[in-house]
Write a protein of this length. Structure first.
Length: 429
């Protein structure tokens, strides 16, 4: 297949508005966007035939690589039956099977009910609205508040972003967001009155969009205890950390601490289709078993989408059939070693890692931060393209989150590309 790259770019610049993108820079005559046209395993190909490692798993979504035969086959087979049917008043076999499977993947938890939606933000919206309606219907009309963390990221819809704590993303919309009690660490909980709090939300183990920041060991246990003591529902946002990224199926399994709501999206379909799930407990579910007025008033057109559920079932099947988590452990070891070597670069300030998720923070040699307007992180990611790696920074943190299917050699390629890019961009600063 050949592509008319020039025309595609011209039409894109004329008509398309990209997310989180300064479009003035994008439409500038000198900017040559990459037009991605194909993918195979951990590699992506552009319209000019150049190949790149998918260094951030296509924004944290892809799990087993692109074009995986099991996922492709499952989606095609479902497509030949039907693409989408309504989940309002009807059900479908894939959604039923997926819910059943999801309840089984967290043994030890009491998460037994699955609500489907479309993406990470809606998975969080579902948890927020369920918590609110649950307390309204169970005799606690004052339990309406939420607690979230500084630098948290839970999505961009207004509700989910109300919980967010990244000022660059969220502050400008403050007037239109609901009030949230924001804390910097679990210690702050000691002085909070939980009687008016319905839910507490956290990205377990590691905050992603904050720049890959890890929580102290024991954080989840403390939160679980506080929530139990104050009758607060605990919400884990595993939109990024779910599906093997941290070395286990879910981040919360490292501590064996389980929430009252678990939000899943990005990797749920292996990164093939938009689908999300919010898991919750019998206790929450039971709070909705009343008159028609106690129905959970929430839903989207594509809830329970059959193609998405087919992809998600195939995603889970690949984990088992290919013993993905077992094979991942030596890759995590290898990644850790290679990152350790990067630490020697003069411009690397800190490397943070949780399992297969890594953030490489760069700074001046004298230890001071770069001027954020210089966008050094972005320059480094741009330079890495010339060394066959695609990724996107968070400020001056280079994100490395490879699909779990990568080989040892591909890990080396990715680290080598980041190393060369850092040296090229930072060599005098
Ligand atoms: C990406 C992300 C979200 C939002 O998911 P979308 O699918 O982009 O709406 C929420 N929480 C976390 C932790 C994320 O990384």
């Amino acid at each position: 297949m050949t592509y008319d790259t020039e025309t595609l770019i011209q039409l894109d610049k004329a008509y398309v508005w990209h997310p989180f993108t300064q479009m003035r820079d994008w439409i500038a005559p000198g900017h040559q966007p990459i037009v991605l046209v194909a993918g195979n395993g951990a590699w992506l190909e552009d319209s000019l035939g150049r190949r790149y490692l998918d260094g951030n798993s296509s924004i944290w979504t892809n799990i087993h690589g692109h074009g995986h035969p099991t996922l492709n086959r499952a989606i095609r087979a479902q497509l030949d039956r039907v693409a989408h049917t309504s989940f309002l008043g009807f059900t479908n076999p894939n959604a039923v099977e997926l819910a059943t499977r999801l309840v089984g993947v967290l043994p030890g938890s009491s998460l037994t009910k699955v609500f489907f939606s479309d993406d990470g933000s809606t998975a969080i919206e579902v948890a927020i609205k369920m918590a609110v309606q649950y307390f309204l219907q169970s005799g606690h009309p004052r339990k309406m508040g939420f607690i979230s963390f500084e630098n948290a990221y839970h999505g961009d819809t207004l509700g989910a972003s109300s919980l967010g704590g990244i000022s660059l993303f969220h502050d400008r919309f403050k007037l239109h967001q609901f009030p949230v009690t924001r804390i910097g660490s679990v210690e702050s909980l000691a002085v909070i009155d939980g009687s008016e709090i319905s839910g507490l939300v956290i990205e377990p183990m590691i905050q992603g969009a904050a720049g890959m920041r890890l929580w102290p060991v024991g954080t989840l246990k403390t939160l679980r205890q506080w929530c139990d003591d104050h009758g607060v529902l605990l919400i884990f946002d595993e939109v990024m950390t779910g599906f093997g990224r941290t070395g286990k199926y879910f981040a919360c399994q490292h501590d064996e601490v389980y929430p009252d709501f678990l939000a899943l999206a990005k990797g749920l379909t292996g990164g093939y289709l938009p689908l999300a799930a919010t898991l919750t407990t019998d206790r929450v579910f039971s709070g909705f078993l009343g008159s028609s007025l106690e129905t959970f008033f929430y839903g989207h057109s594509y809830c329970g989408n059959a193609l998405g559920c087919a992809a998600a079932l195939a995603n889970l099947a690949v984990f088992e059939e290919e013993r993905v988590l077992e094979k991942l452990q030596p890759k995590i070891e290898h990644l850790a070693q290679r990152l350790h070597a990067l630490q020697g670069l003069a411009n690397v300030r800190e490397i943070r890692r949780a399992g297969f998720i890594a953030g490489i923070e760069v700074a001046r040699r004298d230890g001071h931060s770069f001027d954020s307007l210089d966008r050094v992180g972005a320059q480094i990611c741009f330079a890495a393209r010339r060394h066959s790696l695609l990724t996107r920074p968070i400020g001056d943190v280079i994100v490395l989150m490879l699909p779990l299917c990568v080989t040892f050699e591909e890990i080396d390629t990715a680290i080598g590309a980041i190393e060369m890019a850092i040296i090229e961009v930072c060599h005098r600063s």
